[in-house]
Design a protein around this ligand. Structure first.
Ligand SMILES: [Zn+2]
Length: 103
C-alpha cells in the first residue's frame, strides 16, 4: 500500500471515527450542555470534515453562543456505553425564507 501523500497530522475526519466506532462529544462551555453524536449523522449535515472544524461549524442549541463549543472524539467503553444518550439526526429541515419586494 502506498503511503497517503497528505501529511499525517491531526486531521481527523468524521469518516475516520466511523471506522473506529468512535463517537463525537459536543460540549458547550457556557451552559454545559453535552450531546453525543454518531459521526455518520454529522457527515450528513457537514460532510466528511475534520472533527476539530466542527467547533466553528456547530452552534450550541441551548445558548446559541458562538465559539463556546468543544468537540472531542471518544470511544464509549463498557459502562460508559451503557445508557449513553445519543443525539440522533431525525431529519434535515430546509428552511423557507421569504424574500419580498414592493412593486
Ligand atoms: Zn450553550
Amino acid at each position: 500500500m502506498p503511503e497517503p501523500y497528505w501529511p499525517k497530522k491531526k486531521d481527523y475526519l468524521l469518516s475516520n471515527l466511523n471506522d473506529g466506532r468512535q463517537m463525537v462529544r459536543v460540549r458547550c462551555c457556557y451552559c454545559r450542555r453535552t450531546h453525543n453524536y454518531f459521526p455518520s449523522d454529522l457527515i450528513q449535515i457537514f460532510g466528511d470534515v475534520d472533527v476539530d472544524s466542527l467547533m466553528c461549524r456547530m452552534k450550541c442549541e441551548g445558548c446559541n453562543s458562538p465559539g463556546s463549543i468543544r468537540v472531542d472524539a471518544f470511544s464509549p467503553t463498557g459502562s460508559e456505553a451503557v445508557g449513553l444518550r445519543v443525539r440522533r439526526l431525525v431529519a434535515i429541515k430546509i428552511q423557507r425564507v421569504p424574500v419580498w419586494r414592493d412593486e
